[in-house]
Design a protein around this ligand. Structure first.
Ligand SMILES: O=C1C[C@@](O)(C(=O)O)C[C@@H](O)[C@@H]1O
Length: 232
């Protein structure tokens, strides 16, 4: 199944693939399967017979996830892209760049494996503390787009100026015809999850059940579906 993110794609973020029917009913276009939060994710993938394509994420601990920064994390993603149901994979920008301090940064092999299996690549950058300056956000997305099909930026907004800055950068990339996915975490940024798609953000993330949120400020799938469809 392909996931090209040419159009806005609403991903139900989950650690449990059994939510697929409920995610589909609620209006999700795809599943973001959080390997790092799941029990035996590769076995769950083998058993998966849902209709929605999967974006495989194995979020590393230094980027807010639960996965250790080791070869096994990347091995799992390499195996994942061989599955027919997996249409895309997420790789952290800082796992692709030289000069970081973490142990295993050859995530380029995951990108290569994705390319060999016709899976798209989302290259992501998160800031859990703040919204960087606009120039820096442009830089992160620009770097991400050098490696992936979609550059993803999740920041933390403290006020509406932060939210507007994020939307501005999103709009600029959209005008250039580049695929970006952006969102501001936290209360002050919550509305960007519904509004950023108006300005070109190509991916939304939402739990089926609000109690299973994978980031601060997420709407549930049904709510985000309704908001995005109403606003666009
Ligand atoms: O990177 C992202 C975006 C996200 O952090 C969010 O803010 O919705 C949720 C994560 O599950 C996903 O991997």
């Amino acid at each position: 199944m392909t996931l090209d993110f040419d159009e806005f794609t609403l991903c139900a973020s989950t650690a449990d693939l059994d939510v697929e029917p409920a995610a589909r009913d609620a209006g999700a276009d795809a599943i973001e399967f959080r390997f790092d939060l799941a029990v035996d994710p590769l076995a769950a993938l083998d058993a998966y017979d849902g209709d929605l394509p999967i974006l495989a994420t194995n979020r590393v601990d230094w980027e807010g996830g639960d996965a250790a920064d080791d070869a096994a994390r990347l091995d799992a993603l390499e195996t994942a892209v061989e599955h027919d149901a997996v249409g895309a994979v997420d790789v952290e920008l800082n796992a692709l760049l030289d000069g970081d301090t973490a142990a295993d940064h050859d995530a380029a092999r995951v990108v290569d494996a994705a390319r060999g299996n016709h899976a798209s690549v989302v290259v992501s950058y998160h800031d859990f503390d703040r919204t960087p300056f606009r120039q820096d956000m442009r830089g992160f997305l620009g770097n991400a787009l050098e490696h992936g099909d979609v550059g993803k930026l999740a920041v933390t907004a403290e006020d509406h100026t932060d939210a507007v800055d994020l939307l501005t950068v999103t709009h600029e990339y959209d005008l250039e015809g580049k695929s970006v996915a952006t969102m501001a975490m936290g209360e002050a940024g919550r509305h960007t999850r519904a509004v950023a798609p108006v300005y070109g953000s190509k991916i939304g993330y939402a739990p089926v059940d609000p109690a299973d949120a994978t980031a601060a400020g997420q709407y549930d799938v049904a709510t985000l579906r309704r908001l995005v469809d109403d606003l666009r």
